[in-house]
Design a binder for this molecule. Structure first.
Ligand code: PMV
Length: 323
């Protein structure tokens, strides 16, 4: 289990590799303390850190000013440190709802943590959340916890022993391991980038309306049932709940005609599908009928999406090179 597996002390140069993530149930509601189910998936970002004459990211000398994630990470966890040549390579489409920023942040912080004597998983999850939050101004620790823990995790749901808890200003989130049913998923990017912060603020306004508490309660119910269905390895029920969760996301205004078109394309060969992440663009996730994964991916591609057939990545962020 990766949670017992700290990032070991190492020295520069060092590289760390993090999975992407896919939210299966409960995005947006999780920002208000609702339950969520997130999986780490096998698309990765790798960040290499070496000493350099001046700090740059992929050759860009302004990045420590213009890239908010890099700026926050260095300010919080590399105070007084030497200049760094940082190189990031990724298969995760940017601003797609698949966790590119969480994977970059976790990889960078794991590499910096290793160079500064090592760091435990719970600490790393807290650091990654605070850094992402500092960069975005809003959000929950769901994405960052998933890429640090690997596998499936639940947030704010009962179940196995807690891996860690993360406290925000007025919300707390407890992260637990959920067992992996071994299913294959299809995620697909719509090609429409969007801002997580804007989508979160728009949903905040929608949930402040009189029916907000009722809507939040429905998000809660669907997510808790979804966590139960995955735990029982009940594929049909999980699919039906994905589609129910999508109806709620549509109701709070974060779907998009392109996402609906991709979902429509996936449904005939899938048990269920929904947007994943903040929405308003970004990506969808579908649970294909067993054996129909490629057909699902092809159908989504014909509808204009960029599909990935993915498995859940059991390993969270880890050091891949150290000398
Ligand atoms: O779209 P992403 O990958 O930034 O995911 C956002 C998920 C939200 O629940 C909308 C926000 C959050 O931080 O949990």
């Amino acid at each position: 289990m990766t949670e017992d597996d700290p990032i070991a002390s190492g020295s520069l140069p060092v590289a760390a590799r993090s999975p992407a993530k896919c939210i299966l149930f409960g995005e947006h509601a999780v920002v208000r303390g609702g339950p969520e189910l997130v999986a780490a998936i096998d698309l990765h970002t790798q960040v290499g850190v070496a000493r350099g004459p001046s700090t740059h990211l992929n050759g860009d000398p302004d990045a420590s000013r213009t890239n908010a994630y890099l700026r926050e990470a260095l300010a919080r966890h590399w105070e007084g440190g030497e200049s760094l040549a940082i190189r990031s390579t990724s298969r995760i489409p940017k601003a797609s709802g698949l966790g590119s920023s969480a994977a970059f942040t976790a990889s960078l912080l794991a590499a910096l943590g290793s160079a500064r004597g090592g760091v435990g998983r719970a600490d790393l999850a807290a650091r990654a959340y605070q850094t992402e939050r500092g960069a975005q101004g809003v959000g929950s620790p769901g994405d960052t916890s998933a890429v640090v823990a690997g596998g499936y995790i639940s947030i704010n749901a009962e179940g196995s022993e807690a891996l860690w808890s993360v406290a925000g200003e007025d919300t707390a989130w407890t992260v637990r391991r959920v067992s992996d049913p071994g299913w294959i998923w299809v995620v697909a990017y719509s090609g429409i980038p969007r801002s997580t912060a804007e989508a979160v603020r728009a949903v905040g306004r929608r949930l402040a309306e009189p029916d907000g508490p009722k809507l939040l309660e429905r998000f809660r119910q669907v997510a808790l049932e979804g966590i139960g269905a995955v735990t029982r390895e009940d594929r049909d029920r999980t699919g039906a709940l994905l589609t129910e969760n999508q109806a709620l996301l549509r109701e709070v205004g974060v779907s998009h005609p392109r996402l609906e078109a991709l979902i429509d394309a996936a449904i005939p060969t899938s048990l269920g599908a929904k947007l994943t992440g903040a929405g308003a663009g970004g990506s969808i996730v579908a649970l294909p009928r067993p054996g129909r994964e490629l057909e699902t991916a092809r159908r989504i591609a014909s509808a204009g999406g960029l599909p990935f057939v993915v498995r859940v990545e059991p390993r969270g962020v880890r050091i891949v090179e150290s000398r």
